[in-house]
Design a protein around this ligand. Structure first.
Ligand SMILES: Nc1ncnc2c1ncn2[C@@H]1O[C@H](COP(=O)(O)OP(=O)(O)OP(=O)(O)O)[C@@H](O)[C@H]1O
Ligand SMILES: [Mg+2]
Length: 355
């Protein structure tokens, strides 16, 4: 287990003190995949680096498996670091060494003997599926292959903790997926704890169990992915997640809805429905058109599965008699997580945006 207790990191610079990390307390369970998200400069990398002692807390303490990292002697710190691997956005491979030599590097540093190193390197190449690239130099590898070398190197010393600082930020979407799958598989098969910094919410939702959201040095929110994603408590997290689902209804679509309804003399609204948990399974839309004398058209929708549970948002146009529309809204409010009216017709030719 990794535990942060009131951790602060202050950098003294010639422009004054920089409070990179402020009073951070939370724990990361063993063998879990833990995400850290937050804006640039929030303190994510600094916090991550306190785990392997590359950054020393100026206050508070960092504990890894019961051992307080801040107070380790030089020798103990070296041992501690050997048990923790790290991978980076730009891979940080040694360009003058082959794939095998890159992977062997931490084993050499740890003083392992040549034959053991050879065997372990072959094992690791197999683990990350790069056996055919053993004697190739990094310049000849794709980004995804480079990151796989990075992962093999980070795990070389039978590492139990893997720190990942934006490991997929330099990769395309497809490659990102394969690297994340590999990380997930390794965490399950080898029982390693993964701490992963990212600014991509998709990365967090696809492989992390829990997340900490950082803003200006503080952890403003922490918890299970599904809970944080569907029920953010802090303003910062709300805004962050809002961009994920946000959808601006095109002016053309609004205009079309206005005139078709005006032509038929119907009252209309555009509403946003948020779906969370069990309620996301309910066939709400089809039921409405059967139970109420209204028309309901889906303009845009996104439902996704986070940790196997559905969450999503739908934009619909609702039209009909005022009274029937009001009844429909009341029904909807009981069926989905939240209902919000975005646009409402005022007079025949006018409508207004409400939020
Ligand atoms: N060695 C250092 N000396 C002085 N200031 C530093 C040092 N390292 C980081 N900082 C400052 O600490 C703050 C947090 O930096 P950090 O790199 O941890 O942020 P981050 O969340 O990882 O950002 P990014 O997403 O851009 O990587 C920033 O204001 C940064 O400028
Ligand atoms: Mg960083």
């Amino acid at each position: 287990m990794i535990a942060f207790r009131n951790v602060g990191v202050v950098f003294e610079t010639n422009k004054g003190a920089v409070h990179a990390v402020r009073d951070v307390s939370f724990t990361i369970e063993r063998e879990s995949v833990f995400g850290i998200i937050g804006a640039s400069g929030a303190g994510k990398s600094t916090l991550l680096r306190t785990i392997n002692g590359l950054e020393k807390p100026t206050s508070g303490e960092v504990q890894v498996d019961g051992q307080i990292v801040n107070h380790l002697s030089t020798r103990k710190m070296r041992e501690h670091r050997e048990g923790i691997g790290m991978i980076f956005q730009h891979f940080n491979l040694i360009v003058s060494k082959t794939v095998a030599q890159n992977i062997a590097y931490p084993l050499k540093i740890a003083g392992k003997n040549g034959m053991l190193i050879g065997e372990r390197v072959d094992e690791l190449l197999k683990l990350v599926d790069l056996e055919d690239k053993k004697h190739v130099y990094p310049a000849k590898l794709s980004g995804g292959q480079k990151q796989r070398v990075g992962i093999a190197r980070a795990l070389a010393n039978h590492t139990k903790i893997l720190l990942c600082d934006e490991p997929t930020s330099a990769l395309d979407a497809e490659t990102t997926k394969t690297i994340l799958q590999l990380l997930k598989r390794l965490s399950q098969e080898l029982g390693i704890t993964i701490v992963l910094i990212t600014h991509e919410l998709d990365v967090v939702s696809s492989i992390c169990d829990k997340v900490a959201v950082m803003s200006e040095g503080r952890v403003v929110e922490t918890g299970g992915i599904y809970d944080v994603f569907t029920n953010p408590r802090e303003e910062y997290t709300k805004k962050l997640l809002e961009t994920r689902y946000d959808f601006a209804i095109p002016a053309e679509a609004l205009e079309k809805i206005r005139w078709t309804n005006a032509e038929q003399g119907r009252h209309w609204k555009i509403i946003r429905l948020d779906y969370i948990g069990e309620k996301a399974y309910e066939p709400v839309i089809s039921r409405i058109s059967k139970q109420f004398d209204v028309e309901i058209d889906v303009i845009h929708g996104k439902i996704e599965y986070i940790q196997g549970k559905p969450a999503g948002r739908m934009y619909v146009a609702l039209s009909g008699e005022r009274e029937e529309a009001a009844k429909t809204l009341a029904y909807l409010a009981g069926q989905v997580h939240s209902v919000e009216i975005l646009y409402e017709q005022q007079h025949e030719q006018q409508y207004s945006r409400l939020t």
